[in-house]
Design a protein around this ligand. Structure first.
Ligand SMILES: C[S@@+](CC[C@H](N)C(=O)[O-])C[C@H]1O[C@@H](n2cnc3c(N)ncnc32)[C@H](O)[C@@H]1O
Length: 390
Protein backbone atom coordinates (compact mmCIF):
# COMPACT_ATOMS: atom_id res chain seq x y z
CA UNK A 1 0.00 0.00 0.00
CA UNK A 2 2.71 2.49 0.88
CA UNK A 3 3.84 2.68 -2.75
CA UNK A 4 0.40 4.08 -3.57
CA UNK A 5 0.72 6.94 -1.14
CA UNK A 6 1.31 10.23 -2.78
CA UNK A 7 3.37 13.15 -1.55
CA UNK A 8 1.88 15.50 -4.13
CA UNK A 9 -1.66 14.85 -3.10
CA UNK A 10 -3.27 17.62 -5.11
CA UNK A 11 -1.32 17.25 -8.34
CA UNK A 12 -3.54 16.76 -11.35
CA UNK A 13 -3.15 13.68 -13.51
CA UNK A 14 -5.11 12.94 -16.64
CA UNK A 15 -8.36 14.48 -15.45
CA UNK A 16 -8.35 12.74 -12.05
CA UNK A 17 -6.50 14.26 -9.13
CA UNK A 18 -3.79 12.07 -7.70
CA UNK A 19 -5.47 12.28 -4.32
CA UNK A 20 -8.60 10.72 -5.79
CA UNK A 21 -6.52 8.01 -7.42
CA UNK A 22 -4.60 7.36 -4.23
CA UNK A 23 -7.67 6.89 -2.04
CA UNK A 24 -9.50 4.87 -4.69
CA UNK A 25 -6.46 2.59 -5.05
CA UNK A 26 -6.29 2.08 -1.29
CA UNK A 27 -9.96 1.13 -1.14
CA UNK A 28 -9.63 -1.25 -4.09
CA UNK A 29 -6.49 -2.89 -2.72
CA UNK A 30 -8.23 -3.60 0.60
CA UNK A 31 -11.47 -4.87 -0.97
CA UNK A 32 -12.28 -8.53 -0.68
CA UNK A 33 -15.23 -10.86 -0.23
CA UNK A 34 -15.21 -10.11 3.50
CA UNK A 35 -14.53 -6.41 3.00
CA UNK A 36 -16.84 -5.23 0.22
CA UNK A 37 -15.77 -2.14 -1.71
CA UNK A 38 -18.85 -0.11 -0.77
CA UNK A 39 -18.26 -0.43 2.97
CA UNK A 40 -14.49 0.09 2.50
CA UNK A 41 -15.29 3.25 0.61
CA UNK A 42 -17.61 4.56 3.32
CA UNK A 43 -14.92 3.92 5.94
CA UNK A 44 -12.19 5.55 3.86
CA UNK A 45 -14.24 8.68 3.25
CA UNK A 46 -15.29 8.91 6.89
CA UNK A 47 -11.83 8.47 8.27
CA UNK A 48 -10.22 11.31 6.30
CA UNK A 49 -10.69 14.98 6.63
CA UNK A 50 -10.07 15.74 3.10
CA UNK A 51 -12.25 15.36 0.24
CA UNK A 52 -14.77 17.90 -0.78
CA UNK A 53 -18.16 16.43 -1.75
CA UNK A 54 -17.02 16.62 -5.37
CA UNK A 55 -13.84 14.66 -4.58
CA UNK A 56 -15.86 12.12 -2.61
CA UNK A 57 -18.06 11.54 -5.64
CA UNK A 58 -14.97 11.17 -7.84
CA UNK A 59 -13.46 8.62 -5.48
CA UNK A 60 -16.70 6.62 -5.41
CA UNK A 61 -16.94 6.73 -9.20
CA UNK A 62 -13.31 5.65 -9.54
CA UNK A 63 -13.79 2.65 -7.24
CA UNK A 64 -17.07 1.53 -8.79
CA UNK A 65 -15.82 2.06 -12.35
CA UNK A 66 -12.75 -0.04 -11.60
CA UNK A 67 -14.96 -3.01 -10.67
CA UNK A 68 -17.52 -2.24 -13.40
CA UNK A 69 -14.80 -2.33 -16.10
CA UNK A 70 -12.58 -4.91 -14.38
CA UNK A 71 -12.99 -7.39 -17.26
CA UNK A 72 -11.32 -4.84 -19.60
CA UNK A 73 -8.32 -4.09 -17.38
CA UNK A 74 -4.83 -5.55 -17.50
CA UNK A 75 -3.79 -6.73 -14.04
CA UNK A 76 -0.12 -6.48 -15.08
CA UNK A 77 -0.39 -2.68 -15.07
CA UNK A 78 -0.06 -0.56 -11.92
CA UNK A 79 -3.36 -0.20 -10.10
CA UNK A 80 -3.50 3.57 -10.57
CA UNK A 81 -3.15 3.08 -14.33
CA UNK A 82 -5.96 0.51 -14.30
CA UNK A 83 -8.22 2.91 -12.41
CA UNK A 84 -7.54 5.67 -14.94
CA UNK A 85 -8.29 3.26 -17.76
CA UNK A 86 -11.56 2.23 -16.10
CA UNK A 87 -12.57 5.90 -15.77
CA UNK A 88 -11.80 6.46 -19.45
CA UNK A 89 -13.82 3.40 -20.43
CA UNK A 90 -16.79 4.60 -18.38
CA UNK A 91 -16.60 8.03 -20.01
CA UNK A 92 -16.33 6.53 -23.49
CA UNK A 93 -19.28 4.23 -22.80
CA UNK A 94 -21.36 7.19 -21.63
CA UNK A 95 -20.53 9.29 -24.68
CA UNK A 96 -20.32 6.60 -27.38
CA UNK A 97 -22.01 3.39 -26.20
CA UNK A 98 -22.12 2.17 -29.82
CA UNK A 99 -18.32 2.01 -29.89
CA UNK A 100 -18.51 -0.98 -27.53
CA UNK A 101 -19.51 -4.15 -29.36
CA UNK A 102 -22.24 -6.36 -27.92
CA UNK A 103 -19.94 -9.40 -28.13
CA UNK A 104 -17.16 -7.85 -26.05
CA UNK A 105 -19.57 -6.43 -23.49
CA UNK A 106 -21.18 -9.82 -22.98
CA UNK A 107 -17.81 -11.62 -22.90
CA UNK A 108 -16.11 -9.38 -20.31
CA UNK A 109 -19.01 -8.43 -18.09
CA UNK A 110 -19.04 -11.12 -15.40
CA UNK A 111 -17.19 -14.30 -14.43
CA UNK A 112 -17.86 -17.42 -16.50
CA UNK A 113 -19.87 -19.30 -13.87
CA UNK A 114 -22.70 -16.75 -14.30
CA UNK A 115 -23.31 -17.99 -17.86
CA UNK A 116 -24.58 -21.31 -16.49
CA UNK A 117 -27.12 -19.46 -14.40
CA UNK A 118 -28.63 -16.84 -16.70
CA UNK A 119 -28.68 -15.49 -20.21
CA UNK A 120 -26.21 -12.63 -20.54
CA UNK A 121 -27.93 -10.42 -23.07
CA UNK A 122 -26.38 -7.31 -24.63
CA UNK A 123 -29.30 -5.29 -23.21
CA UNK A 124 -28.51 -6.43 -19.65
CA UNK A 125 -24.80 -5.82 -20.23
CA UNK A 126 -25.43 -2.26 -21.44
CA UNK A 127 -27.80 -1.58 -18.56
CA UNK A 128 -25.36 -2.65 -15.84
CA UNK A 129 -22.37 -0.88 -17.39
CA UNK A 130 -24.15 2.47 -17.21
CA UNK A 131 -23.98 4.74 -14.13
CA UNK A 132 -26.82 3.58 -11.86
CA UNK A 133 -29.80 5.86 -11.30
CA UNK A 134 -30.86 7.10 -7.90
CA UNK A 135 -34.54 6.40 -7.21
CA UNK A 136 -36.80 7.90 -4.59
CA UNK A 137 -40.29 6.82 -3.59
CA UNK A 138 -42.42 9.87 -2.93
CA UNK A 139 -45.25 9.90 -0.42
CA UNK A 140 -48.34 8.70 -2.31
CA UNK A 141 -49.54 11.20 -4.86
CA UNK A 142 -46.86 13.74 -3.85
CA UNK A 143 -44.26 12.93 -6.51
CA UNK A 144 -44.72 16.08 -8.61
CA UNK A 145 -44.65 18.35 -5.55
CA UNK A 146 -41.52 16.59 -4.29
CA UNK A 147 -39.76 17.08 -7.64
CA UNK A 148 -40.47 20.80 -7.46
CA UNK A 149 -39.00 21.04 -3.98
CA UNK A 150 -35.90 18.97 -4.73
CA UNK A 151 -35.17 20.19 -8.27
CA UNK A 152 -33.13 17.95 -10.60
CA UNK A 153 -35.74 15.26 -10.15
CA UNK A 154 -38.29 13.67 -12.46
CA UNK A 155 -41.44 11.77 -11.62
CA UNK A 156 -41.47 8.61 -13.77
CA UNK A 157 -45.21 8.05 -13.59
CA UNK A 158 -45.34 5.81 -16.64
CA UNK A 159 -43.17 3.27 -14.81
CA UNK A 160 -44.61 3.58 -11.30
CA UNK A 161 -46.89 6.22 -9.76
CA UNK A 162 -44.55 7.58 -7.07
CA UNK A 163 -41.13 6.77 -8.53
CA UNK A 164 -38.84 9.79 -8.73
CA UNK A 165 -35.52 9.73 -10.57
CA UNK A 166 -33.16 12.07 -8.72
CA UNK A 167 -30.43 13.52 -10.93
CA UNK A 168 -28.96 16.05 -8.52
CA UNK A 169 -25.88 15.75 -6.34
CA UNK A 170 -27.19 16.95 -3.00
CA UNK A 171 -26.89 14.82 0.12
CA UNK A 172 -30.56 13.86 0.34
CA UNK A 173 -30.26 12.68 3.94
CA UNK A 174 -29.86 16.35 4.91
CA UNK A 175 -33.01 17.50 3.17
CA UNK A 176 -35.90 18.58 5.42
CA UNK A 177 -38.27 16.59 3.17
CA UNK A 178 -36.38 13.44 4.02
CA UNK A 179 -36.70 14.08 7.76
CA UNK A 180 -40.38 14.86 7.28
CA UNK A 181 -40.88 11.42 5.66
CA UNK A 182 -41.83 12.92 2.31
CA UNK A 183 -39.68 10.39 0.46
CA UNK A 184 -37.68 7.21 0.89
CA UNK A 185 -34.58 6.30 -1.08
CA UNK A 186 -35.73 3.08 -2.71
CA UNK A 187 -34.75 1.48 -5.98
CA UNK A 188 -37.54 1.39 -8.56
CA UNK A 189 -37.47 -2.43 -8.76
CA UNK A 190 -38.00 -2.61 -4.98
CA UNK A 191 -40.88 -0.18 -5.35
CA UNK A 192 -42.30 -2.48 -8.01
CA UNK A 193 -42.45 -5.31 -5.46
CA UNK A 194 -44.81 -3.29 -3.25
CA UNK A 195 -47.11 -2.62 -6.21
CA UNK A 196 -46.98 -6.29 -7.24
CA UNK A 197 -48.03 -7.24 -3.69
CA UNK A 198 -50.98 -4.84 -4.09
CA UNK A 199 -52.04 -4.96 -0.41
CA UNK A 200 -55.41 -3.42 0.45
CA UNK A 201 -56.22 -1.06 3.35
CA UNK A 202 -57.38 -3.06 6.37
CA UNK A 203 -55.63 -6.32 5.42
CA UNK A 204 -53.18 -8.23 7.59
CA UNK A 205 -49.74 -8.83 6.04
CA UNK A 206 -46.51 -10.50 7.07
CA UNK A 207 -43.30 -9.01 5.69
CA UNK A 208 -41.25 -12.02 6.68
CA UNK A 209 -37.77 -10.77 5.72
CA UNK A 210 -38.44 -7.13 6.49
CA UNK A 211 -34.85 -6.07 7.10
CA UNK A 212 -34.76 -2.32 7.70
CA UNK A 213 -38.28 -2.00 6.38
CA UNK A 214 -37.91 -0.70 2.81
CA UNK A 215 -40.87 -2.76 1.68
CA UNK A 216 -42.78 -2.65 4.98
CA UNK A 217 -43.00 1.13 4.66
CA UNK A 218 -44.23 0.85 1.10
CA UNK A 219 -46.83 -1.80 1.98
CA UNK A 220 -48.08 0.50 4.72
CA UNK A 221 -48.34 3.44 2.31
CA UNK A 222 -50.35 1.29 -0.11
CA UNK A 223 -52.57 0.18 2.79
CA UNK A 224 -53.06 3.84 3.74
CA UNK A 225 -51.73 3.00 7.20
CA UNK A 226 -54.82 0.80 7.79
CA UNK A 227 -54.71 -2.86 8.77
CA UNK A 228 -51.59 -4.50 10.20
CA UNK A 229 -48.18 -5.59 8.96
CA UNK A 230 -46.07 -8.03 10.96
CA UNK A 231 -42.49 -7.11 10.12
CA UNK A 232 -40.00 -9.82 11.01
CA UNK A 233 -36.34 -10.50 10.43
CA UNK A 234 -33.72 -12.62 12.08
CA UNK A 235 -31.45 -9.56 12.54
CA UNK A 236 -32.87 -7.57 15.43
CA UNK A 237 -30.62 -4.58 14.69
CA UNK A 238 -32.33 -4.29 11.33
CA UNK A 239 -35.74 -4.21 13.01
CA UNK A 240 -34.50 -1.38 15.25
CA UNK A 241 -33.68 0.64 12.14
CA UNK A 242 -37.05 -0.29 10.71
CA UNK A 243 -38.75 1.26 13.74
CA UNK A 244 -36.74 4.46 13.34
CA UNK A 245 -37.61 4.70 9.68
CA UNK A 246 -41.27 3.97 10.37
CA UNK A 247 -41.43 6.83 12.87
CA UNK A 248 -39.99 9.22 10.30
CA UNK A 249 -42.37 8.00 7.59
CA UNK A 250 -45.32 8.18 10.02
CA UNK A 251 -46.06 4.50 9.56
CA UNK A 252 -48.00 3.14 12.49
CA UNK A 253 -49.75 -0.04 11.34
CA UNK A 254 -46.91 -2.47 11.92
CA UNK A 255 -45.57 -4.76 14.60
CA UNK A 256 -41.88 -5.69 14.54
CA UNK A 257 -41.04 -9.21 15.75
CA UNK A 258 -37.87 -11.25 15.39
CA UNK A 259 -38.15 -14.46 13.37
CA UNK A 260 -35.24 -16.79 12.68
CA UNK A 261 -36.74 -18.26 9.52
CA UNK A 262 -37.67 -21.49 11.32
CA UNK A 263 -40.90 -23.50 11.23
CA UNK A 264 -42.50 -21.43 13.99
CA UNK A 265 -43.85 -18.09 12.72
CA UNK A 266 -43.72 -15.05 15.04
CA UNK A 267 -47.52 -15.22 15.55
CA UNK A 268 -50.46 -17.60 15.11
CA UNK A 269 -52.22 -15.02 12.92
CA UNK A 270 -53.22 -16.15 9.43
CA UNK A 271 -52.46 -13.60 6.77
CA UNK A 272 -54.13 -11.98 3.77
CA UNK A 273 -50.69 -11.56 2.33
CA UNK A 274 -47.13 -12.70 3.01
CA UNK A 275 -44.07 -11.18 1.40
CA UNK A 276 -40.84 -13.17 1.45
CA UNK A 277 -38.24 -10.68 0.21
CA UNK A 278 -35.61 -13.32 0.69
CA UNK A 279 -31.85 -13.09 1.24
CA UNK A 280 -30.15 -13.61 -2.14
CA UNK A 281 -26.88 -13.24 -4.01
CA UNK A 282 -27.89 -9.79 -5.29
CA UNK A 283 -26.98 -10.38 -8.95
CA UNK A 284 -29.76 -7.92 -9.80
CA UNK A 285 -27.77 -5.18 -8.05
CA UNK A 286 -24.53 -5.72 -9.98
CA UNK A 287 -24.96 -2.42 -11.85
CA UNK A 288 -24.95 -0.52 -8.57
CA UNK A 289 -22.58 -2.83 -6.77
CA UNK A 290 -20.05 -4.09 -9.35
CA UNK A 291 -17.52 -5.38 -6.79
CA UNK A 292 -19.95 -8.21 -5.97
CA UNK A 293 -19.65 -9.52 -9.55
CA UNK A 294 -16.14 -10.70 -8.71
CA UNK A 295 -16.72 -12.02 -5.18
CA UNK A 296 -20.04 -13.88 -5.50
CA UNK A 297 -19.71 -17.61 -6.23
CA UNK A 298 -21.84 -20.37 -7.70
CA UNK A 299 -21.84 -21.94 -4.25
CA UNK A 300 -23.41 -18.76 -2.78
CA UNK A 301 -26.14 -18.92 -5.36
CA UNK A 302 -27.00 -22.57 -4.74
CA UNK A 303 -26.89 -22.19 -0.96
CA UNK A 304 -29.08 -19.08 -1.03
CA UNK A 305 -31.57 -20.80 -3.34
CA UNK A 306 -31.95 -23.52 -0.69
CA UNK A 307 -32.48 -20.90 2.05
CA UNK A 308 -35.14 -19.14 -0.04
CA UNK A 309 -37.02 -22.39 -0.64
CA UNK A 310 -36.91 -23.20 3.05
CA UNK A 311 -38.25 -19.75 4.01
CA UNK A 312 -41.13 -20.13 1.56
CA UNK A 313 -41.92 -23.59 2.92
CA UNK A 314 -41.92 -22.24 6.46
CA UNK A 315 -44.32 -19.36 5.81
CA UNK A 316 -46.82 -21.15 3.55
CA UNK A 317 -48.90 -22.49 6.46
CA UNK A 318 -49.58 -18.96 7.72
CA UNK A 319 -51.55 -18.02 4.63
CA UNK A 320 -55.29 -17.87 5.11
CA UNK A 321 -57.75 -19.06 2.43
CA UNK A 322 -57.80 -16.41 -0.29
CA UNK A 323 -54.43 -15.09 0.94
CA UNK A 324 -51.48 -14.46 -1.35
CA UNK A 325 -47.81 -15.24 -1.04
CA UNK A 326 -45.20 -13.13 -2.83
CA UNK A 327 -41.60 -14.28 -3.27
CA UNK A 328 -39.15 -11.60 -4.36
CA UNK A 329 -35.38 -11.60 -4.78
CA UNK A 330 -33.02 -9.00 -6.27
CA UNK A 331 -31.20 -11.65 -8.22
CA UNK A 332 -31.45 -13.21 -11.67
CA UNK A 333 -29.80 -16.62 -11.36
CA UNK A 334 -31.90 -19.68 -12.19
CA UNK A 335 -30.93 -21.52 -9.01
CA UNK A 336 -32.41 -18.75 -6.90
CA UNK A 337 -35.38 -17.57 -8.96
CA UNK A 338 -37.19 -19.94 -11.30
CA UNK A 339 -35.83 -23.11 -9.70
CA UNK A 340 -36.97 -22.02 -6.23
CA UNK A 341 -40.42 -20.95 -7.46
CA UNK A 342 -40.93 -24.20 -9.37
CA UNK A 343 -39.69 -26.42 -6.55
CA UNK A 344 -41.91 -24.58 -4.10
CA UNK A 345 -44.91 -24.88 -6.40
CA UNK A 346 -44.34 -28.62 -6.84
CA UNK A 347 -44.15 -29.08 -3.06
CA UNK A 348 -47.38 -27.04 -2.56
CA UNK A 349 -49.98 -28.20 -5.07
CA UNK A 350 -52.60 -26.67 -2.74
CA UNK A 351 -51.41 -23.18 -3.82
CA UNK A 352 -52.19 -21.69 -7.24
CA UNK A 353 -49.92 -19.47 -9.27
CA UNK A 354 -51.26 -15.93 -9.00
CA UNK A 355 -51.38 -13.40 -11.83
CA UNK A 356 -49.37 -10.27 -11.09
CA UNK A 357 -50.78 -6.78 -11.71
CA UNK A 358 -50.19 -5.04 -15.05
CA UNK A 359 -48.32 -1.84 -15.84
CA UNK A 360 -45.70 -2.29 -13.19
CA UNK A 361 -42.44 -1.07 -14.72
CA UNK A 362 -44.02 -1.50 -18.14
CA UNK A 363 -44.84 -5.22 -17.68
CA UNK A 364 -48.10 -6.90 -18.60
CA UNK A 365 -50.11 -9.14 -16.35
CA UNK A 366 -48.58 -12.57 -16.05
CA UNK A 367 -49.61 -15.69 -14.20
CA UNK A 368 -46.01 -16.87 -14.36
CA UNK A 369 -43.21 -15.33 -12.32
CA UNK A 370 -42.03 -11.91 -13.47
CA UNK A 371 -38.44 -10.81 -13.98
CA UNK A 372 -37.85 -7.07 -13.90
CA UNK A 373 -34.58 -6.42 -15.73
CA UNK A 374 -32.40 -3.35 -15.13
CA UNK A 375 -33.04 -2.42 -18.78
CA UNK A 376 -36.83 -2.46 -18.15
CA UNK A 377 -36.99 0.52 -15.85
CA UNK A 378 -33.45 1.65 -15.05
CA UNK A 379 -33.14 0.07 -11.62
CA UNK A 380 -32.01 -3.21 -10.13
CA UNK A 381 -32.96 -6.62 -11.48
CA UNK A 382 -35.72 -8.34 -9.51
CA UNK A 383 -37.61 -11.61 -9.71
CA UNK A 384 -41.14 -11.90 -8.31
CA UNK A 385 -43.46 -14.92 -8.14
CA UNK A 386 -46.86 -15.15 -6.46
CA UNK A 387 -49.34 -17.80 -5.31
CA UNK A 388 -52.82 -17.80 -3.83
CA UNK A 389 -54.33 -20.25 -1.33
CA UNK A 390 -57.78 -20.98 -2.80
C1 LIG B 1 -33.30 -8.81 0.85
S1 LIG B 1 -33.13 -8.49 2.51
C2 LIG B 1 -34.64 -7.73 2.93
C3 LIG B 1 -34.78 -6.32 2.51
C4 LIG B 1 -36.04 -5.65 3.00
N1 LIG B 1 -37.22 -6.44 2.73
C5 LIG B 1 -36.22 -4.27 2.42
O1 LIG B 1 -37.00 -4.09 1.49
O2 LIG B 1 -35.54 -3.35 2.90
C6 LIG B 1 -33.29 -10.06 3.25
C7 LIG B 1 -33.44 -10.06 4.73
O3 LIG B 1 -33.61 -11.41 5.15
C8 LIG B 1 -33.03 -11.55 6.41
N2 LIG B 1 -32.75 -12.98 6.61
C9 LIG B 1 -31.72 -13.67 6.15
N3 LIG B 1 -31.84 -14.96 6.50
C10 LIG B 1 -32.95 -15.06 7.21
C11 LIG B 1 -33.60 -16.13 7.84
N4 LIG B 1 -33.12 -17.38 7.80
N5 LIG B 1 -34.74 -15.87 8.49
C12 LIG B 1 -35.27 -14.62 8.52
N6 LIG B 1 -34.69 -13.55 7.92
C13 LIG B 1 -33.56 -13.79 7.27
C14 LIG B 1 -31.83 -10.67 6.40
O4 LIG B 1 -31.48 -10.27 7.71
C15 LIG B 1 -32.27 -9.52 5.52
O5 LIG B 1 -32.72 -8.45 6.30
Amino acid sequence: MSSLCCRHAFAYDGGVSSLVLQIAAEVIAKSSRDNPADSGLREALKSRRLPTPEQQREISRAVFNYFRWFGWLDAAHPLSGQIKHAIELAQAFKERPESFSDDKLVERLVPDWVREQMEISPAWARAIQAEPKLWLRARRGQGAALCEKLGAAKLEKALLPDAVHYKGEEDLFRRPEFHAGEFEIQDIASQAVGWLCAPQPGETWWDACAGEGGKTLHLSALMENKGLIWASDRAEWRLKNLKRRAARAQVFNFRAAPWDGGVKPPTKTKFDGILVDAPCSGVGTWGRNPHARWTTTLQDVTELGAVQLQLLNHVAGALQPGGKLIYSVCTLTRAETVAVAENFSRAHPELQWLALPENICGGLSTAAPRTIWPQDCGGNGMFVAAWRRP
